[in-house]
Design a protein around this ligand. Structure first.
Ligand SMILES: C[S@@+](CC[C@H](N)C(=O)[O-])C[C@H]1O[C@@H](n2cnc3c(N)ncnc32)[C@H](O)[C@@H]1O
Length: 188
């Protein structure tokens, strides 16, 4: 009887923990997406991520000492593999969400050429970036496009996943079907 009681208690404990975890994730997404009108920390994925990463890797392979930035770096999943593969370049992720920022820092703890900054990218200096990644909502891109056009240096390259930089023509549009499977390359 005692053991049954213990198992039931243990089960209850795990159910409560699971409910709490789901609530935290739900609240986090609602707050970051709804109330703050910003992009949720959804990572780039699938064919778009693979193709973007391959293109970026072939660009980085030919150069040395570049600065690569991810504006709204989420969980760090774009920069981590690139930073591991290219120790000769510097990688900077800008993320204002506390949880994704902490997770990214932990994931990057062994990499000397990758760091994450907890800041609002509208206030970041992006003028020394040679390569920039963007995956943000249209409303954010509207505002950020002006900053990109004004501050990104000539010769830099930018990858915009799904939502284009507004006000300039992409050098290349890569699509695997719908808008959800499309990204844009800009050579400044
Ligand atoms: C859709 S995720 C993209 C993650 C990553 N770049 C990728 O492609 O896998 C967008 C991220 O941008 C962050 N973000 C949105 N507005 C921001 C701002 N003004 N400053 C810094 N981060 C921002 C969000 O918190 C979110 O984690």
């Amino acid at each position: 009887m005692d053991i049954v009681y213990f198992i039931l208690l243990l089960l209850l404990f795990f159910i409560v923990i699971a409910i709490l975890a789901v609530s935290v994730v739900f609240i986090y997404f609602t707050v970051s997406c709804g109330f703050m009108h910003s992009s949720p920390p959804v990572p780039s994925c699938g064919k778009v991520k693979k193709s973007m990463m391959e293109d970026a890797a072939s660009y980085l392979a030919e150069k040395k000492g570049l600065v690569v930035m991810d504006l709204g770096s989420g969980w760090g999943s774009l920069l981590l593999p690139l930073a591991k593969k290219f120790p000769e370049h510097i990688f900077i992720g800008i993320e204002y969400g506390f949880i994704p920022y902490v997770v990214s820092c932990w994931r990057a703890r062994k990499l000397k050429n990758l760091r994450f900054k907890k800041e609002n990218f509208f206030e970041s200096d992006i003028s020394n970036a040679d390569m920039i990644f963007l995956f943000l909502l249209t409303s954010t891109m509207e505002k950020l496009s002006k900053k990109c056009i004004a501050e990104i240096k000539p010769s830099a390259i930018a990858y915009a996943n799904r939502f284009p930089i507004q006000g300039i023509k992409p050098t290349k549009k890569v699509s695997f079907g719908s808008d959800y499977e499309t990204y844009y390359i800009y050579e400044f």
